[in-house]
Write a protein that binds this ligand. Structure first.
Ligand code: IDP
Ligand code: MG
Length: 140
């Protein structure tokens, strides 16, 4: 498998509980390198645009409120098969279904406040990375 990059967000439920370091340790222990990282307060417009694909879902409004409820850490992770590897490290969307040892199993509060976002394909990873980072922000 090729070296890839994926986009990650440490969500407000996790920054509120000071879990950035513990979550980053999961990525690094699994062999992903954090090649860009910034702590930001997402605006409502940014969150709406980022989750536009879910605009028709009943949880969209709540999700935008949640993602703007506190700081998030936006990141670029790099490594062998980074997109799928990160989805494995994260675990299932609903922590009740997440496997042992995954971030969501260990840290998520609910299906909404599930501690992390990770891109679901290399195509979306490229779009999401470009939404938050300039090429010069990313250092392998
Ligand atoms: P993913 O983050 O595992 O890729 P998606 O289906 O893309 O899951 O959903 C995006 C985000 O929307 C989830 O991470 C979670 O925060 C929220 N979400 C998904 N499904 C629900 C739901 O049924 N109720 C409330 N929030 C949800
Ligand atoms: Mg998704």
């Amino acid at each position: 498998m090729a070296i890839e990059r994926t986009f990650s967000i440490i969500k407000p439920d996790a920054t509120r509980r000071n879990l950035t370091g513990k979550i980053n340790a999961k990525f690094e222990e699994a062999g992903l390198k954090i090649v860009a990282q910034r702590r930001i307060q997402m605006s409502e417009a940014q969150a709406k645009k980022f989750y536009e694909v879910h605009a028709a879902r009943p949880f969209y409004g709540d999700l935008v409120k949640f993602m703007t409820s506190g700081p998030v850490v936006v990141q670029v992770l790099e490594g062998e098969g980074a997109v799928l590897k990160n989805r494995d490290i994260m675990g299932a969307t609903n922590p009740a279904n997440a496997a042992a040892g995954t971030i969501r199993k260990e840290f998520a509060e609910s299906i909404e406040a599930n501690s992390v976002h990770g891109s679901d394909s290399p195509e979306n990873a490229a779009i999401e990375i470009a939404y938050f980072f300039a090429g010069t922000d990313i250092v392998s």
